[in-house]
Design a binder for this molecule. Sequence first.
Ligand SMILES: Cc1cc2nc3c(=O)[nH]c(=O)nc-3n(C[C@H](O)[C@H](O)[C@H](O)COP(=O)(O)OP(=O)(O)OC[C@H]3O[C@@H](n4cnc5c(N)ncnc54)[C@H](O)[C@@H]3O)c2cc1C
Length: 380
Amino acid sequence: MSSTDVERVIVIGAGPAGMATSHALGKIGVASVILEQEARIGEPWRRRHKNITLNTHRNFSAMPGLAFPKGTPAFPGRDAVVDHLMAFGKHHRLPIEYGVTVDTISREDGLWAVRANGAKRLARDVVVATGRDKHPYMPEWKGAKEFGGRLIHAADFGQANDYAGKSVLVIGAGNSGFDLLNHLIRAKTGQLWLAARNGPSILPKRIANVAVHMFSPVTNALPNWLADAVVGTTQRLMWGDMTRYGMPKAPGGGVSRLRSDYTAIAADDGAMNAIKAGRIKVVPTVREFRPDGAVVLDDGQTIRPDVTIAGTGYRTGLDGLVGEYGVLDERGFPLVNGSDHPNAPGLWFLGMRPNLRGCFYAAVQQAGEIAKGISRSRRL
Ligand SMILES: Cc1cc2nc3c(=O)[nH]c(=O)nc-3n(C[C@H](O)[C@H](O)[C@H](O)COP(=O)(O)OP(=O)(O)OC[C@H]3O[C@@H](n4cnc5c(N)ncnc54)[C@H](O)[C@@H]3O)c2cc1C
């Protein structure tokens, strides 16, 4: 093989993380190519539900050097996010190859071999920017396969008005669960239930019209114990003791959990007060689904929602791609983020963990760090 067959850097994924990396590499004169399985930029965001808005402020969710257009709300909606990503890709004429799905990445003679669309490509460095929310994750609940009711994942929510007149059970008091409830309370649904095993760490999106996320740089700079106290105290001051409404306690401090087991802090836009007002009833977690459409809860009580929505998170799907290098934890999340792992030098990961300042913001920072790491590396 001649050295010209070896690409310098292959970036996998043309989401915010992959595009920011290619852009950062370009700025320091390192050529890269982005392989994107879809036919256009922003497909994961196009697939998200119609009502979704960012939980992170627009100023902390923008691609490098490109502000959201004037008039964009503090928390941009889905279409504004897609337009922003498209504008970034177009403005920088990023080297994206569309319709190229990477199936495996393996080590070959000190290089990385990327197999995509039936062909092998070699690179000195490979950046994995395939997103931490790639595959909707549903636990294997007893009876779920034979369940007579409708059970879907939050990824298939549609829009809140689809649930008019229907009773809805949302499983999981995390980021996804609260996102759905924030929208469902504004539609003319029937009874809403929230099945919670753990109580949330949750912050309001706004306090007196001020976007709370604007303070995230300060909270993010604090040690865990102090950041946990700030989040916990804000939560208590906003809503008081929610155990009175059946909500379990959170299993630990919100920031500690975000940094150790990657549980994002949820954002409230009305759902917590709807719980207090009885619009949403908090119930124990699900024990079993029945063929007759009944859902049995952990305390033995049975409910019959028209629709059950699992707000149970996502997985990276990286096991098949890089599983053999010992760089993933037991849930398939990379052990490193914003760098490469000693087991696999030259195989870089980013965008794989939640961050108090937001995933967009973190991805842009990590892209810069990875670009520097690649330029310093002797593999070039
Ligand atoms: C419901 C929801 C709400 C969110 N809200 C926020 C928010 O408010 N603020 C925030 O900062 N973050 C939010 N996030 C996280 C959000 O997904 C990220 O901020 C951002 O989209 C992640 O960018 P990324 O580039 O890492 O991944 P993605 O945007 O997922 O992009 C990954 C790209 O890689 C491509 N790809 C994947 N596998 C392959 C392959 N094998 N071969 C080729 N291409 C591949 C995909 O097609 C995709 O284009 C949210 C996530 C979810 C699920």
